[in-house]
Design a protein around this ligand. Structure first.
Ligand SMILES: Cc1ncc(COP(=O)(O)O)c(C=O)c1O
Length: 459
């Protein structure tokens, strides 16, 4: 009883939160003098906090997750129906929604056939790292064990995921890290590392240079985000992906695309890699898969990779000896099936392309007006505006000024994001990733608030 009354008393909820909850990615000293934000309700693209303030959420649940928007009763119903029938059984067995979702998912992913379930993006990526290591042990005599990753990309929060992370403010102080993860340069042309015409090809050639330095027979895989998200919204330049694909083929390197952010429509296609004609060996996904209505992540791969784990049934060590307890929860695939149905039936991918274009145009117009915007970029409904103190030198604005822009948008009832504890000195890119249901008015409201915020902070 007491608990239920407590739930209805939001003042008490805020106090309980302040007293006992350790928030993600938050310096708690601030909560000694200000209330922690507690979000209590959501509908469509909007949320309400414990004080009753309404916001338009331009970051889909803070971290680009709630692709189909809040308050979807059909997903809640699908999850409820599934839970009362069969909530859980370990993933060594199958489940009805697990089988049906895998079948539906691979219809959108030509060339890929197998889905391995777990429940966070970090975990989905770690599954690939384990598969690559096991392939090395069983099929390459212990060679090809290294995994390349790119500067500025992020693949998760666990120790091995951080070892493969190109964002030093996320990994700093959490080492030592496991061996065998090797960094390649990022491909952000705005922050040029080579003065050439064909920047995309040149940035990809930098990967080949690392492979040759390390020795091609030591490198088993490369993990890349299709569009780098939290590392500054980086859309790879023309020619980049074609060359990456060639390099992988040339040196027999497995290509792992991390779609944790871009997957499920966010970038204006079912998956970001499909915008570039890439043929990956592994695709990982999490956030938008069930839009946050249930925890689910997937590691998807080819029959060629899958076969390497069943080639010798007489060897008790030959198969993928891995388990994710909650990868057996049926709520994830049940929610994911309905989530996919919504994206299809409401043509949310078409809407994402159209609204993404509108948003990019609006941001470009803001760039004409505010010289603090040095660059705008993005794909679909994942967009960024990089703030600089000087357009000539491209010196980033002070982090606290970028944070002030976010706060000024919040004051107007618009939640936007900014690259956060990501790259030392470069937490200066505003991020937008509204739900894929966003309307033209929503987009204009979001960019309108940014206009006002930039004027308030920079004049
Ligand atoms: C590209 C990318 N990969 C992986 C992850 C990790 O996902 P999770 O937080 O679910 O472990 C994230 C999280 O932001 C991400 O942005």
């Amino acid at each position: 009883m007491e608990g239920i009354q407590g739930m209805n008393d939001l003042g008490r909820v805020v106090e309980a939160d302040r007293a006992h909850v350790w928030h993600h990615l938050a310096q708690h000293k601030a909560f000694e003098t200000a209330d922690p934000r507690v979000i209590v309700e959501g509908k469509g693209i909007r949320v309400w906090d414990a004080k009753g303030k309404e916001y338009i959420d331009a970051v889909s649940g803070g971290v680009w997750t709630v692709n189909v928007g809040y308050g979807r009763e059909s997903i809640a119903d699908a999850v409820r129906d599934q839970l009362v029938k069969m909530n859980y059984f370990a993933g060594a067995a199958g489940s009805v929604p697990g089988a049906l979702f895998a079948e539906k998912l691979i219809t959108k992913m030509p060339g890929l056939t197998r889905v391995y379930y777990s429940n966070s993006g970090s975990e989905a990526n770690e599954k690939v790292y384990k598969m690559v290591r096991q392939i090395s042990a069983r099929h390459h005599g212990g060679k090809k064990w290294k995994i390349l990753y790119r500067d500025r990309d992020y693949h998760g929060t666990t120790i091995a995921a951080l070892a493969s992370g190109g964002q030093d403010e996320r990994s700093s102080q959490y080492g030592p890290f496991p061996e065998g993860f090797v960094r390649v340069p990022h491909c952000l042309e705005y922050r040029k590392q080579w003065d050439v015409e064909n920047y995309g090809e040149r940035a990809a050639d930098a990967i080949e240079e690392v492979i040759l330095r390390e020795g091609p027979d030591t490198v088993g895989a490369i993990v890349l985000e299709p569009v780098t998200a939290g590392g500054g919204v980086i859309v790879p330049p023309k020619g980049y992906w074609e060359r990456v694909q060639e390099i992988c083929k040339k040196y027999d390197i497995l290509l792992h695309i991390d779609e944790v952010v871009c997957g499920m429509g966010r970038a204006g296609a079912w998956f970001g890699y499909q915008l570039y004609g890439i043929k990956p060996d592994f695709v990982t996904m999490a956030k938008g898969v069930a839009s946050g209505y249930a925890a689910i992540s997937c590691t998807v791969t080819t029959e060629r990779v899958f076969d390497m784990f069943k080639d010798d049934a007489s060897d008790p060590m030959s198969y993928f000896r891995d388990i994710s307890t909650f990868g057996g929860c049926t709520s994830g695939p049940a929610a994911a099936l309905e989530n996919m149905r919504i994206i299809e039936d409401e043509d949310l991918i078409g809407n994402t392309v159209a609204m993404g274009e509108r948003c990019l145009n609006n941001l470009s117009a803001l760039m004409e007006k505010h010289k603090v915007i040095g660059d705008v970029r993005g794909k679909g409904l994942f967009l960024g505006a990089e703030l600089v103190a000087d357009r000539q030198t491209k010196e980033p604005v002070a982090e606290k000024l970028a944070a002030q822009v976010v706060a000024e948008c919040g004051a107007q009832g618009v939640i936007i994001g900014v690259t956060n504890r990501s790259l030392p000195g470069f937490n200066n890119t505003l991020c937008l990733a509204p739900a894929l249901i966003a309307t033209p008015d929503n987009i204009d409201e979001i960019t309108g608030a940014i206009d006002v915020a930039l004027t308030r902070v920079f004049g």
